[in-house]
Design a protein around this ligand. Structure first.
Ligand SMILES: Cc1cc2nc3c(=O)[nH]c(=O)nc-3n(C[C@H](O)[C@H](O)[C@H](O)COP(=O)(O)OP(=O)(O)OC[C@H]3O[C@@H](n4cnc5c(N)ncnc54)[C@H](O)[C@@H]3O)c2cc1C
Length: 486
């Protein structure tokens, strides 16, 4: 992804009680206390932990990067960081799209890459216990060998880690049927800001003892604690998918088809939308022979057993045709379906071949998808910017991607204007400024607009209770008192 000038940045705020030179002393203390721990201090190494997949956001150079292998090491590092009053940025695979894992100047990055072991598959209870650094697709492949299925399925699943997925409560291509990451987490081992290790949840399907801490940590973007182990639910492997493509003469018609399928009570496992700009970019990249004149396309899949899948897709065809679909095509077999799904997964990369891409992540109730699509069209037309919209339309989650000429000097200004209008439109329609990528540092200014000051006040109180010094990923989610953007 190519970069342009920075848009927003993580904050700087002296951690209360921090003395000059405290960062250097922390590194010395880590070396002395944990001589076996991999610690990167070379500037070139640190540079590679500066950004996530939002290179247009301003970031900071980490003081150092540690790559722990055990919970005990994470706990010891946090004890030292707490003692020396140094901020910490947890990091998975760095594929995030809101600046959550981006470096903060003078902060220590803890990268979980080496904590990538599956610790147990418990078939009787249908759970897997894993370290956080494992790549999502590797975990899926591993459990599949046991006839089991871990549904959460971000398009980045070959690159992103389970720890990062917990950090953002990642979504993906099958949320419409199986929900988001949070729905598959039963328990966590969490290292708190002062190094204390706690366990939340376990292997119980039902468990209402105390506050639902597991659910609170998931989606907290490294601001409340660091997970070093996760217990995740599994399902039996579903049948191979049956796949359908439907093409529409207008974006609004595709949105009506999405709303119509929800109203008809069918529950496809995938219900993805691509607009014309994206259809053409994907077709240019893969030569799939898609209908390049269509205004929009839906990728619809069923993972029910064969006859039931046919019936589900028949109903989907009926709905699509009732709102004016011009062409409906079924994949010949599961392999062709895999190809089509993979092409959808690579839609972002297809757009990146055209120019610099700035991806947004709005969500609306499913019945409002047609209106949101119209609003996106209106806004980008008014700003005169190219936009490829795709997304998980089945759960109301749309990704308008602004595509600029590389190094277009107007890119930042236009992005800010479009983003502001789209966020306000989403909120007006009862939606959200982020459905799966997270607030991070890129949407901080809009959290209060959506949730209201009182609700954000509750979030701040929770943060203060768990991290009184404010050393965990400061400036991500919201600014603390005394923090400022640089
Ligand atoms: C091409 C592409 C497609 C994508 N498609 C999707 C998609 O379909 N759905 C979707 O939801 N996202 C998608 N994403 C975004 C991204 O992949 C997800 O947000 C993913 O969950 C990030 O995982 P990661 O391992 O890269 O985490 P990172 O980016 O490294 O971190 C994400 C957040 O988690 C925190 N974190 C990481 N590990 C820990 C830990 N052990 N303890 C505490 N906090 C931690 C970090 O501090 C950060 O705030 C896509 C990204 C790209 C580039």
């Amino acid at each position: 992804m190519s970069s342009t000038a920075p848009l927003a940045s993580p904050p700087t705020r002296p951690i209360p009680g921090a003395a000059p030179g405290t960062g250097r002393r922390l590194l010395d203390a880590i070396r002395a206390t944990l001589p076996g721990l991999r610690l990167l201090t070379d500037e070139t190494d640190r540079e590679s932990y500066r950004k996530d997949e939002t290179p247009y956001l301003a970031t900071g150079l980490p003081l150092g990067v540690v790559l722990p292998e055990t919970t005990a090491e994470v706990s010891a590092v946090m004890r030292l960081a707490h003692e020396h009053r140094v901020a910490v940025v947890p990091r998975g695979a760095g594929t995030g799209l809101s600046g959550g894992a981006a470096g903060i100047e003078g902060a220590l990055t803890i990268a979980f890459t080496r904590m990538n072991r599956i610790l147990e598959i418990d078939r009787e209870n249908m759970v897997v216990v894993t370290q956080p650094g494992i790549i999502n697709a590797d975990l899926k492949r591993h459990v599949a060998q046991h006839g089991l299925f871990y549904p959460p399925d971000p398009a980045s699943y070959e690159m992103c880690s389970i720890g990062g997925n917990l950090g953002t409560n990642a979504g993906g291509l099958c949320c419409v049927k199986y929900g988001q990451t949070r729905d598959w987490v039963l328990g966590l081992e969490v290292v708190l800001a002062d190094g204390t290790v706690i366990r939340t949840g376990g292997r119980n399907i039902k468990d209402v003892a105390g506050f639902a801490l597991t659910h609170l940590f998931v989606g907290s973007q490294g601001t409340l604690g660091l997970w070093t182990e996760a217990t995740l639910r599994l399902r039996p492997t579903p049948p191979p998918r049956a796949t359908l493509l439907a093409f529409f003469p207008t974006l609004e018609a595709s949105g009506k088809a999405v709303a119509g399928m929800t109203a008809a009570g069918i529950q496809p496992v995938t219900l993805e939308l691509l607009d014309q700009f994206t259809i053409r970019a994907v077709d240019d990249m893969h030569g799939l022979g898609l209908d390049r004149d269509a205004a929009a396309m839906l990728l619809i899949e069923s993972d029910l057993p064969a006859a039931a899948a046919d019936a589900e897709l028949d109903e989907a065809v009926r709905v699509c045709e009732s709102v004016g679909a011009t062409l409906v095509v079924r994949a010949a077999d599961a392999t062709e379906g895999d190809w089509l799904r993979q092409a959808r997964r690579l839609a972002y990369q297809a757009l990146e071949r055209i120019g610099t891409v700035k991806m947004e992540d709005i969500g609306v109730p499913r019945s409002r998808v047609p209106e949101m699509l119209v609003r996106i069209e209106e806004v980008v037309k008014r700003y005169g910017v190219r936009c490829g919209t795709f997304g998980h339309a089945g759960d109301g989650n749309l990704h308008p991607n602004l595509v600029f000429e590389r190094d277009d000097p107007r890119a930042d200004e236009i992005t800010e204007g479009v983003k502001d209008e789209l966020y306000r439109a989403a909120i007006e329609l009862g939606g959200t400024v982020t459905a799966e990528h997270g607030i991070g540092s890129s949407r901080r200014e809009y959290l209060e607009l959506q949730r209201g000051a009182d609700a954000v006040g509750v979030m701040r109180s929770i943060k203060a209770a768990l991290d009184p010094l404010g050393i965990l990923n400061p400036g991500k989610m919201f600014l603390l008192e005394g923090e400022r953007s640089v």
